[in-house]
Structure formats: C-alpha cells, structure tokens
Design a protein around this ligand. Structure first.
Ligand SMILES: [Fe+2]
Length: 231
C-alpha cells in the first residue's frame, strides 16, 4: 500500500479534513509491507557515523524512536480502517493528529537516514553540479547555506526539523523549519532534513546542541540531496 492509496480512502480524507493534520508526503524510500509501514534498514552500520554521531545514538534513534513512529502510524491506520468499516467517520477523523505525528515521524526519519553517510564514503564535503549551482544562486554560497540551516536549527524552540526544500513550481531552494514531526508537504519537496530533537544528539552532546549542528555537516550525504533535487 502506498501513501497515495492510503490518502484516497474516504475515512482518511475525512480525518485530514477534520483536523490540524496535513497529508504525509509521498516518499519512495519509505517502507511498506502488506499495507503497513515498516522500519527501513540503515544503509550503514550504527557506528559508521562516529565520531560525529555515536553508535549508541544511532541505535536508539533508529531501532527505538523511529520504530515507535512506525508502530504509532500503523496503529492509527488500523484504527481508521476499523472506524471506516463501522461507518464511524468521527472516530476516523479523531486519528488525524496521530497520523500527522507518527506518519510524519516515519517519513522524516526515513528521509533523514538517507541524508547521512560515513565521512569515509559519501558523507561531508560540498555538493557539486546542478545542485551546487542552485545553492550558489539562491543562497550566495555553500557557506551561506550552511549558516542559514544552522541558524534555523538553533532557532527551533522545542522539538522539530530544519529542511532544505525545493519549490516544485519554480525550482527555487529555501530553508524551512517544521515543529515536532510535521512533514514537509504541498509544493515543497524535502531535499535535506536535519533532526533537531534532543533524542538526535543529547546522549553525546548533552546541552551543546550547536556542536551537533556543526558536526553533522561531516556526515551529510550530498549525493542523496542532489538526486532529490534533480527529480
Ligand atoms: Fe529523530
């Protein structure tokens, strides 16, 4: 089952119309099996991003936190299906915030893992090609982009994400933030997401989150960003 199929069910449409929830973004890298979301495998080992992100953080972040979003999303989808089968659209609509939170958490983390790579492989460095040209045009320079993303991350109050996004109509790049697990939707395509939740850094960096925001640039996978940019 894909997101697009899920989004066509009357109960889910009712749920999305009813509340603050926004539809979760379609994502080729998001895993489903037999109509359920599943935790995707990481394309590297838990210790592969050290010393910038510790193995312990990666293990907990992936196997516990992301798994919780997967489970919550599936539970909410099941509740909608059951409510729909009984014709109870009000009960289905009540799942909207859970779909947004857990579905967004699943989508965001699936994108995030692909945005990272060991510094000994594709991690770190600077983008090139058409992506680099667009960054230079829209931000002035790669360094300016880095400063804007890190300023956005620093400005997040509580939990959330900063994203490099592309306007699907104009192709223009910009930096946006999203609170909690709100996914990037609508006319914006998420290219690069950085998780600013405490669970992403606290075991290693404690309250020094600016150090985490600097360190993660050593393991950003610009190949993935370029592939999303060129879609
Ligand atoms: Fe996270």
């Amino acid at each position: 089952m894909s997101f697009s199929l899920l989004r066509t069910t009357p109960a889910l449409r009712a749920a999305l119309r009813a509340g603050a929830a926004r539809p979760v973004a379609a994502l080729s890298g998001t895993s489903f099996a037999r109509g359920q979301a599943t935790l995707p495998d990481l394309p590297y080992d838990y210790n592969a991003l050290e010393p910038y992100i510790s193995a312990k953080i990666m293990e907990l972040h992936h196997s516990k936190h992301h798994q919780t979003y997967v489970n919550g999303f599936n539970t909410a989808l099941q509740a909608i299906a059951e409510a729909e089968s009984k014709g109870d659209l009000t009960k289905a609509a009540a799942q909207a915030p859970l779909i947004n939170f857990h579905g967004g958490g699943h989508v965001n983390h699936s994108l995030f893992w692909e945005n990272l790579a060991p510094s000994s492989r594709d991690g770190g460095g600077e983008p090139s090609g058409a992506l680099r040209s667009a960054i230079d045009e829209d931000f002035g320079s790669f360094d300016a982009l880095r400063k804007e993303i890190n300023a956005a991350l620093t400005g997040i109050q509580g939990s959330g994400w900063a994203w490099l996004v592309k306007d699907k109509t104009t192709g223009t790049l910009s930096v946006v933030t999203r609170a909690n697990q709100d996914p990037v939707t609508g006319n914006l395509a998420p290219l690069l997401g950085i998780d600013a939740w405490e669970h992403a850094y606290y075991l290693q960096y404690e309250n020094r989150k600016a150090e985490y925001f600097d360190a993660i640039w050593n393991v950003l996978n610009w190949k993935t960003v370029a592939q999303r940019f060129e879609k």
